[in-house]
Design a protein around this ligand. Structure first.
Ligand SMILES: Nc1ncnc2c1ncn2[C@@H]1O[C@H](COP(=O)(O)OP(=O)(O)OP(=O)(O)O)[C@@H](O)[C@H]1O
Ligand SMILES: [Mg+2]
Length: 144
């Protein structure tokens, strides 16, 4: 396991961190993004999507109601998933995530993935975002 810790002082800095982390996530299959409401999970995804040339930061929006957004890049297809409103194993099944995971070149970014213990085991990387102030966030990247 490796741990890297960052501090950002604005949404722009968090997106910049996402762009920087993006190349290091290419070979991952499942990444859990952990943190309270408004911690900056979706903001980080904006940077990651841009870093993988899959979408521009403005085109990445929260999959709050749609649950999954797909962004296709030249090397990696990003699936941005929000499980905040998904509570049961049955609801989870209907999303069909298990079909996405084994596909070469798919990277699944899970917000609220820690609600389902299996994802904690299956994920390759866990990113924890913590609000330290209005603008300040502590961001810890754990790689298995
Ligand atoms: N350093 C920072 N990093 C990220 N976002 C920041 C930062 N400072 C302020 N913000 C603001 O905090 C909010 C983060 O919202 P975002 O949608 O990314 O959170 P989230 O963790 O995805 O929340 P949710 O669980 O509701 O989906 C945005 O309004 C953003 O502008
Ligand atoms: Mg979000």
């Amino acid at each position: 396991m490796t741990l890297h810790e960052y501090t950002t002082s604005s949404a722009e800095e968090t997106m910049e961190l996402g762009r920087k982390l993006a190349p290091t996530l290419k070979s991952a299959r499942i990444v859990i993004l952990r943190g309270d409401l408004g911690a900056g999970k979706t903001t980080l995804v904006k940077g990651i999507a841009e870093g993988l040339h899959a979408a521009s930061q403005d085109d990445v929006t929260s999959p709050t109601f749609t649950l999954i957004h797909e962004y296709r890049g030249p090397e990696v297809t990003l699936f941005h998933v929000d499980l905040y409103r998904v509570d049961t194993a049955r609801e989870l099944d209907t999303l069909g995530l298990d079909e996405l995971f084994p596909e070469e070149g798919n990277l699944v970014l899970l917000e609220w993935g820690e609600k389902f213990p299996r994802f904690e085991k299956e994920c390759d990387v866990e990113v924890c975002l913590e609000r330290k102030g209005d603008q300040e966030r502590k961001i810890v990247v754990k790689r298995k």
